[in-house]
Design a protein around this ligand. Structure first.
Ligand SMILES: Nc1ncnc2c1ncn2[C@@H]1O[C@H](COP(=O)(O)OP(=O)(O)OP(=O)(O)O)[C@@H](O)[C@H]1O
Ligand SMILES: [Mg+2]
Length: 294
């Protein structure tokens, strides 16, 4: 068994399901998910599934995938047809097809589930709502019960910059959270809110295992304000704070807009080294009891 994987109830290994989450828009979530996913799959040989749960559809675009009219997309994770049962919304053109709505990427070991605006219509479009008072457990169910969903070492989930039914689905489906925090004025407020939501999900939905794995400072600049916020983050999250701080790297931004990872666009740039270091830190922060470094 892979040392990084946990054992499920019947001893079946389960992937690390890690959500990159922060309600604050533009905090670096999508950039981190795409580059960390590429690094873990391409450079480290891990089997990775990257899931876009943001209706903006950015993750697929930065991975160079077609997202406007994909054959299958993330909305299907929220309808029962993924499990091979239940009705499927007529608005999805493709014929019913059970199993995860996966798209292959050009990288070995990296699969993706892309999204687009259709995801914003959840829950109304998916048959959830009237007959189901709480449709927030659907992603968790898809990722634990769909054939093929357990075949990965890492499932990385890109969250939208808002709090609502999609985010609740993500918090119930993940077992780990990574929170990128831009070192700007209001950064800490968002963190406190997120921690309250996490407590609520633990208590109300019994997702006891959900833990904060890493807080990643992003958009660091050498200013007094950024250094003050960084200090506060270190005090508030002494164990979770990443050793690697992400600065502003033009090459990372360029790579995103070209639908490439920074490892293709500028492999020797400092930005590529920073993303690689973060991916390795995340890899090393697997639960110690399962053999990974603490
Ligand atoms: N380290 C970095 N250096 C330079 N530019 C960056 C860096 N990280 C992200 N960016 C750029 O900043 C913008 C916002 O980043 P990103 O899309 O990853 O944030 P996000 O949290 O996913 O945003 P949203 O909440 O809207 O989904 C993008 O244009 C991206 O290319
Ligand atoms: Mg994003």
């Amino acid at each position: 068994m892979n040392a990084l994987k946990e054992a499920g109830p019947e001893g079946v290994p389960i992937p690390r399901r890690i959500a990159f989450i922060n309600e604050k828009g533009g905090s670096g979530k999508t950039t981190l998910v795409s580059n960390v996913a590429v690094y873990l799959a391409w450079r480290r040989g891990r089997r990775v599934l990257a899931i876009d749960m943001d209706p903006q559809g950015q993750l697929g675009k930065v991975l160079g995938l077609e997202v406007r009219r994909p054959r299958r997309s993330a909305i299907e994770l929220l309808v029962d047809s993924v499990l091979g049962e239940g009705p499927r919304p007529e608005s999805l053109d493709a014929p019913p097809e059970p199993g995860l709505p996966i798209v292959a990427t050009r990288f070995p070991n990296l699969d993706a589930i892309v999204s687009n605006k259709s995801l914003a219509l959840f829950p109304s479009w998916t048959g959830a709502g009237a007959e189901e008072s709480d449709p927030t457990g659907r992603l968790a169910r898809s990722l634990t019960e769909t054939p093929g969903a357990l075949d990965y070492d890492f499932v990385l989930i890109d969250a939208p910059p808002s709090f609502g039914p999609l985010t609740l689905n993500i918090l119930r489906a993940a077992n780990e959270l990574v929170v990128p925090v831009p070192l700007t004025y209001l950064a800490m407020d968002g963190c406190a809110e997120l921690m309250r939501s996490v407590d609520m999900v633990r208590q109300r939905y019994g997702n006891e295992d959900l833990r904060l794995t890493m807080v990643i400072p992003t958009f660091y600049r050498r200013t007094r304000l950024a250094n003050e916020i960084l200090e506060k983050l270190k005090q508030r999250f002494p164990k979770e704070i990443a050793h690697t701080v992400v600065g502003f790297h033009v090459r990372i931004d360029e790579a995103q807009s070209r639908g490439q990872s920074v490892f293709e666009h500028a492999p020797s740039d400092r930005g590529a080294k920073v993303m690689a270091a973060l991916a390795e830190e995340l890899e090393a922060r697997g639960r110690p009891e399962f053999g990974a470094a603490p």
